[in-house]
Design a binder for this molecule. Structure first.
Ligand SMILES: CC1(C)O[C@@H]2[C@@H](CO[C@@]3(CNc4nc5cc6c(=O)[nH]c(N)nc6cc5[nH]4)OC(C)(C)O[C@@H]23)O1
Ligand SMILES: [Zn+2]
Length: 374
């Protein structure tokens, strides 16, 4: 009987790891890309599409689901898995980041964070305990602690004080959920901005609290690729070897490969679904901007090397037409393909690590997407 939280490393290639993470809703082969389903749906695609594309786990969001339809309502409907008919693993972010990135008029204190809803301006308060209670109501397999993600360019002094409070909040989250209760896992989140020593400080403090995994927060917040990679390369390998490592909100294909090379196992990003909706498609030969006139009469598949439903059934000419005509089907077909691309990238990474060929895989994509794929 698999024990939720068990993390088994099968192969290594440099700092990259090929592993299996066990959860209450099944096992996850890592490195893994997690499509983002912020409001309980991965935009424009259904659970059947996600399974077909090979998705092992998806993301939900505490902040959004608390505000609408309400975590208590979801709990009364049997939890998020049943509510959205997804019976594989779900990871939920704690809402801290969304409060800072989406909400207006927020006040942060030792107790937690007060914010106004982006929907109707009503006032709300998240304590660390509340953030965990919401994720228990949602029934997610992996819960994230409530943290403060300091903005890019926050001063060192504030960053240092903030990470101390984030650690105290992390301890409070752990205190209200016994490890493994209801099969739910809890990950700590490393902060510390863009200061290597503060990052080590944050990690060191979190290691004193028993978490089933550790995440790197505070990145993909508008910093340069150089700054992201500097922190990633520094803290990734220093994270606990025997536990899963999750890089939040990242990223482009090249950012993901850089993260895997630094020892990271789990990734999530809205890039595939968000870019799909503005016609930017990721292919084995680089980015394709489907609205370009050159595709008007192109009968070829979007990506000849892709096995997804979109590439097996529709031409670039048709995809361009749907996009230009603002057809709803454009969102679905473009999103299906981009999700399939990111999932295939992660699958290729798993295979390359098993075969000791990860460096070659990264070099191959560097030749197509450049150093950061922006
Ligand atoms: C890359 C891309 C396309 O992703 C978009 C947009 C802007 O960046 C993103 C993704 N970056 C991102 N960094 C994060 C940091 C934390 C964090 O420190 N703590 C917690 N609890 N959750 C986090 C979630 C994060 N997501 O953040 C929002 C604002 C959600 O939109 C996403 O650019
Ligand atoms: Zn495709």
């Amino acid at each position: 009987m698999p024990v939720p939280g068990r993390f088994t490393i099968h192969a290594r290639d440099g700092k990259a790891r090929r592993a299996t993470l066990h959860t209450a809703h099944g096992e996850i082969q890592t490195p893994v890309f997690m499509p983002v389903g912020t409001q309980g749906s991965v935009k424009a695609v259904g659970p059947d599409d996600l399974l077909q594309a090979g998705s092992q786990i998806i993301l939900g969001n505490t902040y959004h689901l608390y505000l609408r339809p309400g975590d208590e309502l979801v709990a009364r409907r049997g939890g998020l898995h049943r509510f959205m008919s997804w019976d594989k693993p779900i990871l939920t972010d704690s809402g801290g980041f969304q409060v800072f990135s989406l909400s207006t008029i927020r006040k942060i204190s030792e107790k937690g964070v007060e914010f106004r809803s982006y929907l109707d301006g009503s006032k709300h308060f998240f304590s660390p305990e509340k953030a965990i209670s919401i994720q228990q109501n949602l029934g997610s397999d992996i819960m994230m602690v409530l943290d403060e993600c300091v903005g890019y360019g926050a001063d060192r002094e504030y960053t240092a004080r903030s990470l101390e409070r984030t650690t105290r909040w992390a301890r409070r989250c752990r205190e209200v959920h016994t490890p493994g209760a209801d099969g739910q896992l809890m990950f700590g989140i490393i902060q510390g901005g863009f200061h290597e020593d503060l990052r080590e400080e944050s990690l060191g403090q979190l290691l004193e609290i028993p978490f089933e995994g550790y995440a790197i927060g505070g990145l993909s917040v508008g910093e340069s690729t150089e700054d992201m990679y500097r922190i990633l390369n520094h803290i990734g390998p220093r994270m606990p070897e025997e536990k899963p490592r999750y890089l939040m909100g990242v990223g482009t294909p090249m950012d993901i490969l850089e993260g895997i090379e630094s020892g990271v196992d789990m990734f999530d990003c809205v890039l595939p679904t968000r870019n799909a909706r503005n016609g930017t498609l990721f292919t084995s030969q680089g980015k394709v901007n489907i609205k370009r006139a050159e595709f008007r009469e192109d009968d070829g598949p979007l990506d000849p090397n892709c096995q997804c439903y979109t590439c097996r059934n529709f031409s670039r000419a048709y995809l361009r037409h749907l996009y230009t005509a603002r057809e709803i089907l454009s969102y679905r077909l473009n999103s299906l393909h981009n999700i399939a691309f990111f999932l295939e990238l992660a699958r290729q990474a798993r295979e390359a690590i098993e075969g000791g060929r990860f460096a070659e895989l990264k070099a191959h994509y560097q030749g197509i997407y450049g150093t950061d794929g922006r």
